[in-house]
Structures are given as structure tokens and as C-alpha cells.
Design a protein around this ligand. Sequence first.
Ligand SMILES: *[C@@H]1O[C@H](CO)[C@@H](O)[C@H](O)[C@H]1NC(C)=O
Ligand SMILES: *[C@@H]1O[C@H](CO)[C@@H](O)[C@H](O)[C@H]1NC(C)=O
Ligand SMILES: *[C@@H]1O[C@H](CO)[C@@H](O)[C@H](O)[C@H]1NC(C)=O
Ligand SMILES: *[C@@H]1O[C@H](CO)[C@@H](O)[C@H](O)[C@H]1NC(C)=O
Ligand SMILES: *[C@@H]1O[C@H](CO)[C@@H](O)[C@H](O)[C@H]1NC(C)=O
Ligand SMILES: *[C@@H]1O[C@H](CO)[C@@H](O)[C@H](O)[C@H]1NC(C)=O
Ligand SMILES: *[C@@H]1O[C@H](CO)[C@@H](O)[C@H](O)[C@H]1NC(C)=O
Ligand SMILES: [Cu+2]
Length: 567
Amino acid sequence: MGRKVNQKGILLGFLVISFAKFLSCEAKTHHYSFNIKEAPYTRLCSTKSILTVNGQFPGPGLHIRQGDTAIIHIRNEADENITIHWHGVKQPRNPWSDGPAYITQCPIMPGKSFTQKIELSDEIGTMWWHAHSDWSRATVHGMIVIHPKSGDHYPFPRAHAEVPILLGEWWKSDVDAVLKEFKINGAPPNVSDAFLINGQPGDLYPCSKSDTFKLVVEYGKTYLLRILNTAMNNILFFSIANHQMTVVASDGSYTKPFQTNYISISPGQTLDVLLEANQTPNHYYMAAKAYHSNPIVEFDNSTTTGIIEYIGNYTPSSSPYFPENLPIFNDTKASTSFLASLRSLSTPVDVPLEIDTKLFFTFSINLQPCEKNHTCAGPLGERLLASINNISFLEPQIDILQAYHSGLLGVYNDHFPDSPPLKFNFTSNNLPPSLFIPNRGTSVKVLEYNSNVEIVFQGTSVVAALDHPIHLHGHSFYVIGSGIGNFNEKKDPLSYNLVDPPLMNTIAVPKDGWTTIRFKAKNPGVWLMHCHIERHNTWGMQMVFIVKNGKGLGEQMLPPPPNMPPC
Ligand SMILES: *[C@@H]1O[C@H](CO)[C@@H](O)[C@H](O)[C@H]1NC(C)=O
Ligand SMILES: *[C@@H]1O[C@H](CO)[C@@H](O)[C@H](O)[C@H]1NC(C)=O
Ligand SMILES: *[C@@H]1O[C@H](CO)[C@@H](O)[C@H](O)[C@H]1NC(C)=O
Ligand SMILES: *[C@@H]1O[C@H](CO)[C@@H](O)[C@H](O)[C@H]1NC(C)=O
Ligand SMILES: *[C@@H]1O[C@H](CO)[C@@H](O)[C@H](O)[C@H]1NC(C)=O
Ligand SMILES: *[C@@H]1O[C@H](CO)[C@@H](O)[C@H](O)[C@H]1NC(C)=O
Ligand SMILES: *[C@@H]1O[C@H](CO)[C@@H](O)[C@H](O)[C@H]1NC(C)=O
Ligand SMILES: [Cu+2]
């Protein structure tokens, strides 16, 4: 008897709560249609057909509130496989909607459809969505703007307007051809021909004067710039002539405001900054170019620009002022010191203090001997690869989530090591070639539900030392420390910031350096972690976490939706 009453009580309580939510217009559900299709675009005097969502480039933005749900109906009208990932959205208990091809789903094949459910939790600010199959994300991407719940406010002065700034990367040739070519020849991929601001290269490139993003501002007003780096292969420096920026959020989480005259932003990362239009009315360039730490690796050395133009009656300078504070391409210190300035806004943060699972991961570029009867164009006539803990990830043919959920054997193994197989001077500048060839496999690391995880990311100089922006799916993590050289387990933890570390989902591990993150593994499912430099990702700089189910109510992975694409 008692039991029945109880259930009724719970049911009644549930109805009351739902009704209250309905009254306060909270937790809305939004529907979007994404049609994947080819569309012609002209940039830098040449026209090519690119993959788009609804014919738009950059793709449509999602504008929702904290805690809302978005249902995305995806239809593939193109002639190649595709998947879509919601970058920075945690997808609580629902890895089925996360998107990475052959990790949490099989691709949506041409002519097929798939509906993804995006349930927001604590995310706020700027995030994005992008294709997560092959190199389609070069043009298939868009912004997700998460506003505060109705009645809530930003913890910073209200802006006159909000401006998306999507930094991108453009090849004159077909991106898919670039991918196919370097997969066959083993060399680094052709570098891009331009960077973009909101899809436009800006007027420093040949015949691109009309393809320049322009922001018209009013003196005395403040603008919220939502900056996102969608580039495939480059961390970018971005700066605005004569103007300071005040950073207020990163990766969908508020930060302590700080002023800067440039930013460093990794592929995958977002930064919300306030721009005060407080200079003499005129026109000013905003500009972005690559931060590239290794001179022996070729890169796109071009500069993309947009123009900030004040309204009013004045005679503008003959050309816009150019930002003087854009750091030089190889200024590692400028990049690391910017990232080190990011701090969580509110304290105390819930950073794990007692660690259950301590991991140490090395990130390396590798070589693989060329196949017989084949010519490889990588260093030493070999083929480039990349690895984490000396394992170069092999993409399976059936997605890992499906294999895990249905107990299918032989798709992956759970032997991903907690530390690298060999200890050596990871940042030495003359390592022997005996270290260059990695193992290859589809290995996952299994984490207990609710375990407190710490990972030290160590960059190595195997084959080539570079920065690696590492992105984790399904969780945000606190970045508690970073430094140059080999991580020193006695000394370096003394400098950890456990008071107000930033909450991120993508963090650049500096060239020949280390970065430590912590998170609680409270999201059951299958979650990819990978370098967001796309060529490193293609070479195998990926691994997968499986977070086990908990025992309590609401601590298990949800069942698969009925319309999962088949392999
Ligand atoms: C890559 O660059 C090489 C050298 O410039 C060129 O011959 C080749 O056609 C390019 N490949 C693609 C796919 O654009
Ligand atoms: C990049 O380009 C600038 C001019 O466009 C040139 O002065 C500089 O030497 C180039 N740097 C590299 C590393 O290629
Ligand atoms: C950066 O590049 C410049 C010009 O190529 C060079 O003079 C300088 O030594 C480099 N700095 C670093 C830190 O590698
Ligand atoms: C590779 O080359 C050898 C000798 O040149 C030839 O006998 C063999 O059939 C070739 N294999 C393939 C797969 O082409
Ligand atoms: C590791 O190699 C770097 C670069 O060659 C060198 O500066 C450093 O002293 C070495 N560290 C150790 C512990 O040997
Ligand atoms: C990676 O593993 C291979 C095969 O065991 C080994 O030859 C190589 O030295 C290892 N490299 C590193 C950096 O651990
Ligand atoms: C597209 O995906 C299906 C299902 O996984 C796969 O069988 C097929 O080979 C893929 N096509 C291409 C071109 O990769
Ligand atoms: Cu990388």
C-alpha cells in the first residue's frame, strides 16, 4: 500500500514540476533540418563545389538556451558518407547522438537520414557543430550559441550586439582530393590557400577584395564577439588593430575577464570576447594567421582579414590600420601565456582533488615503412602516422559504441596503456629512428563510473615536435597546469591550479611541453579523444574512453534510438 501511494506521489510531483517548467518557458525543444548537399562557392578567383548544410557556408547557427533540447533531422543529399558532431555538448548518457564516424555511429550514407537529439546541461556561451567523417568538416560546420536561461543574465556588461566570428581554412582544390592524395602518398597534406573570417578570405589575397567580412560599429558601444576556430590544421592568432579585447568565456564556460591585444585559438576551441568601440572613428583590420611552432613543417603563411568600420562622418585613412600585436608565426610563448591566462569565473570549482585514475599520455608524430611496390612521399621515403602512447588508432569498420552495447567481439580491445611503453627524453632534439614506428590498433581505456581522472598530456619530439590541441568528447575538463619540457612528477604538480582552473573541451599541448587535465568520468558511454589538427587525427592521433554504467538510477547509458544508421 505504502509503495503505491509513494509512486503516485512521485508521479504527481513529476507532473507539477513539468507544469512549472512549462509555465516558466524553460527547457524548450527546438527542431532543425540539416540537408547535406553540394553547392558551388567562389573564393580566390576559382569556383568549386563544396559540401554544405542547406547550401550555406558557413552552415546555419543554432540559437538556444541553457538546458534546452535540439532535435536535428539530418538528410544526406550528397554523394558521400557523413556524420555530424556537436562539439562541446556533453550528451549526458546519450553517446548515440555524439557523431564521430565508426566511434559512436556508422555514417549516414547518401540518400539516408538520421535524427540526433542534443540535450544541453550546464553548457553556456559558444560551441559548434561540425562533420566528423573524413575531412568534410572543412566546410560542414556552424556555431551553437547557448544563451542564459530566460531570466538569467550574463556575468558581464550587456553587449549592444553579438557577432559570430568563425575562423576557417580554404583550399582551392577539392578538400576530399587533398585527403585522398596524402592518404595514398604518406606525405603531409597540401597546405591550404587561405584562412577565412565568416567564410571570407579578406582583401590581402588575390582578387578577394569583395570577399571581406565587415563589422559596422558605433562609437561607445560594446560588442560580444563569439570567436570559433574551425580551421583544419592550424592554431590561429587573432588580433584587432588599436583595440583591446576582454575575454569572458571559453569552450562554453565563463572565465574571469581579462584584457588582451591578441588571442591564440586552437581548432575546436571557442572564445567569447568583449570589444569596446572606443577608438577614433575610422576603419580597422581584424586579422588572423597561423601559429606554427615547427619551421621544418610547411604551413599556410597567409593572413585573413576583416574590417571594423565606425559609423559617422569622418575621412577614413587610405587603408584600414593593421593590428601590430599579432604575434610572429612561431611565438610559442605568446600562445602558451595566452592560454595560461584563462581562469574559471566562479570559485570554488568542482575540480577532482582525490584521483582514482592517473594517466600519462604521449603525443607523437611517427613514421611507417612504405609498402613494397609503392612510392611514399613522407620523410625518409616513408609514410607519416601519429600516435598516443605509441598506438596509432586504426578506425574500425563497425562503430565501437554499437560493439560495446551489443557485446560484439573483435571490433576493439580494452588494452589502451595508462602510460607510454618507453620512458626517454621525450623532448630531445635527436631521438633515434628506432623510436619512430608505432604500434597500430583500436584500443580503448575503460573508466569506472564517477572515477576522478587525471591525464598528463606530454608532447614528444619523435619525428617532429608540434603543438597538439587535444579534444575530449562527452566531458569538459579542468586544465590545471602546463609547462615546457618533460613533465616532472615531483616538481610540476606543486604548480597546479586547483582554485580556478579553466573548464575546457579542447586544449593545446605546447610543442615539446605538457598539460595536465582533470575530470570526473560521470557520463556513461563511448567517448573519443583526439588531436584537433585534422592531419594528425587522420594519421591516428586518437583514442577512445569507455565510461562504464553506474549502479544508481539515471547512471546508465540510454538505449539506442530506433533510427541508428547501419554499417
Ligand atoms: C598538391 O600540390 C601539388 C604540388 O603543388 C599539386 O601537384 C597537386 O595537384 C596538389 N593536390 C591537390 C589535391 O590539390
Ligand atoms: C610569411 O610571409 C611573410 C610575408 O607574407 C614573409 O615575410 C615571411 O618570411 C613568411 N614566413 C614564413 C615562415 O614563411
Ligand atoms: C621564429 O622565426 C624567426 C624568423 O624565421 C626566427 O628568427 C626565430 O628564431 C624563430 N623563433 C623561434 C622561437 O623559433
Ligand atoms: C610487387 O613487385 C614484385 C616484383 O617487382 C611483383 O612480383 C609483385 O607482383 C608486386 N606485387 C604487387 C602487389 O603489385
Ligand atoms: C632533453 O632534451 C632537451 C633537448 O635536447 C635538452 O635540452 C634537455 O636537457 C634533455 N633533458 C634531459 C633530462 O636530458
Ligand atoms: C613504439 O613501439 C614500437 C614497437 O614495439 C617500438 O619499436 C618503438 O620503439 C616504440 N616507440 C616509442 C616512441 O615508444
Ligand atoms: C560509407 O559507409 C558505409 C557504411 O559504413 C561503408 O560500407 C562504405 O564503404 C562507406 N563508403 C565510403 C566511400 O567510405
Ligand atoms: Cu596534433
